[in-house]
Design a protein around this ligand. Sequence first.
Ligand SMILES: Cc1cc2nc3c(=O)[nH]c(=O)nc-3n(C[C@H](O)[C@H](O)[C@H](O)COP(=O)(O)OP(=O)(O)OC[C@H]3O[C@@H](n4cnc5c(N)ncnc54)[C@H](O)[C@@H]3O)c2cc1C
Length: 597
Amino acid sequence: MSSYVPPLEDHKFVLNHVADLEEISKLNGYQHADPVTVATIVEEAGRFFAEVMEPINRVGDEQGSTLDDDGQVHTPEGFKEAYEKFVESGWPAAHLPAEWGGGGLPYTVGVVIQEMFKTSNMAFSLAGMLTQGAVEALVTHGSDDLKAQYLEKLISGEWAGTMNLTEPEAGSDVGALRTKAVKQDDGSYRIFGTKIFITWGDQDITDNVIHLVLARTEGAPPGTRGISMFLVPKYILDAEGNPGERNDYRVVSIEHKLGIHASPTCVISFGDAGKGAAGYLIGDQMAGMRNMFTMMNAARIGVGMEGLALTERAYQHALTYAWERVQGRPVGAPAEASVAIVEHPDVRRMLLTMRANTEAMRCLLYYAARSGDLMFHSESEGRREFESKRLALLTPIVKAWMTDLGVEMTSLGLQVHGGMGYIEETGAAQYFRDARIAPIYEGTNGIQAMDLVLRKLPIDEGKVVEDLITEMSEVLGALAAHEDLSIFREELATAIQGLAETSAWLGERLAGGEFDDALAAATPYLTQFGTILGGWLMAISAVEAKKGPADFSRGFLTQKVNTARFYGEHILPKANGLVATVKAGNTLLADADLSRS
Ligand SMILES: Cc1cc2nc3c(=O)[nH]c(=O)nc-3n(C[C@H](O)[C@H](O)[C@H](O)COP(=O)(O)OP(=O)(O)OC[C@H]3O[C@@H](n4cnc5c(N)ncnc54)[C@H](O)[C@@H]3O)c2cc1C
């Protein structure tokens, strides 16, 4: 079994040469996050996650979380102790607001820390991710009272947060939810209803669990317009602000799942004893969906990160195995000249495909996070608006492109192991099973593609996409200066041209009201877009590596160029194959006979 080794040199390279941490560290409030300090922080975080979270990843998968007869969830062996260390270390709060006790690091650095948590132990990392989402929703929309009562403990990680949207009849269509909120004389609410699939909906690692619940107040209209957001604690706070009376809800069951076994996925019945669970309105009444999007947008980036994290982990695992497994020999070599499978071109192709996609995903993640910092901290209002739209465009791509790749790449990792990959004891299968949820939750990837085409592409009549395409083209000049990057340059130029073509085609369909054609094209368009963004950022990586920055080893820089070229010459060309798929539209889908005989 391989253990996780944080790829610190790559973290540093992407942070400094793709996400331009230097620029971020000049923003107001981030001056303490200069590249040298950040490198030390990232190294320490890497040590923590590799030493504390990775060793319980396997036991988490094998034991899973369990529910006892009293409705209390128990986490696997070692989780409670590891979580205590997590809170003590301060990592949960690293990029959260300093005024509430957080570390105040840029989001761009926060995602590096989160990536390492996810890579070392994805199932456990979900508890931290949802808590951070709850913090962001409270900071942005909560009243001063709620902030004073809950924020500090959520930020430190002493209490954990959850996100309660889904109900049996309300999945992708959140607007169909039925959970009710009844107003009380003191201004609080009583919540009644059943939520399903609630990640870390209960556990035994924190003193309180703070649920953010979407519900409908009495008389509210149907659909998303009538939804409000409530804070529902497991233990109602007493006069001193400590967890007191147990709130009226019950964990009815936890799901048996394909992967992320350590993460308890709960069915929760609010108001189970008839009294109703005490809840407190967050933000305005009927603004719940808008407010929840604060949490969901951060969580979408967080889930996209899971594709990267599990690919990194599966790659490291597969690479170790490829060196250990001796099988076969080069064509024409004598029978006794068997070699480790890492020598075979096809195995090298699989490994390099995983590595190139990992690095491309890392670039996109840090690049998107950079927009997150600039949209809040840039001095210029125009820049803040520009970056906010840029991040809005990138979010569904980060979520869906990266998680689809996560499934494909962890499957490839399993393939490198041959038959042993299919056997649980090697551990390769866990990454594949864990990765499979990411395209489903936090808005399925189909819903992300619809968001990209129906909401993001039309922003400012398509100008946000056009600006990005123009910016992508700028790297072509730099590529032209290097002969060994000429094929990459040609492929990227063709791919960017293809993206301009499909974007225009979709714009015409939307303008003409041909929505089914646009929706049929949404997923291949998103894949095309993501693949090209990866190509663009890997091209920047190659150009930057060729400048030979002094604080990187020669071996690392040579391999960075080689891996970038592999992306440009072997992976990027697939994007152009999607132009025809996008433009094929809906005709064949509509004409297909899918009736059940
Ligand atoms: C392990 C796990 C953890 C989860 N954690 C949470 C959590 O913490 N909190 C929470 O609230 N929820 C959570 N969920 C719920 C999750 O977000 C939903 O499962 C997801 O949004 C999809 O909803 P659904 O399962 O009802 O599928 P459906 O909405 O029934 O979708 C089924 C299929 O139809 C497609 N589809 C649906 N509507 C459309 C449409 N209009 N156009 C095109 N295609 C469409 C979907 O893309 C999908 O492929 C979790 C789920 C799981 C399995």
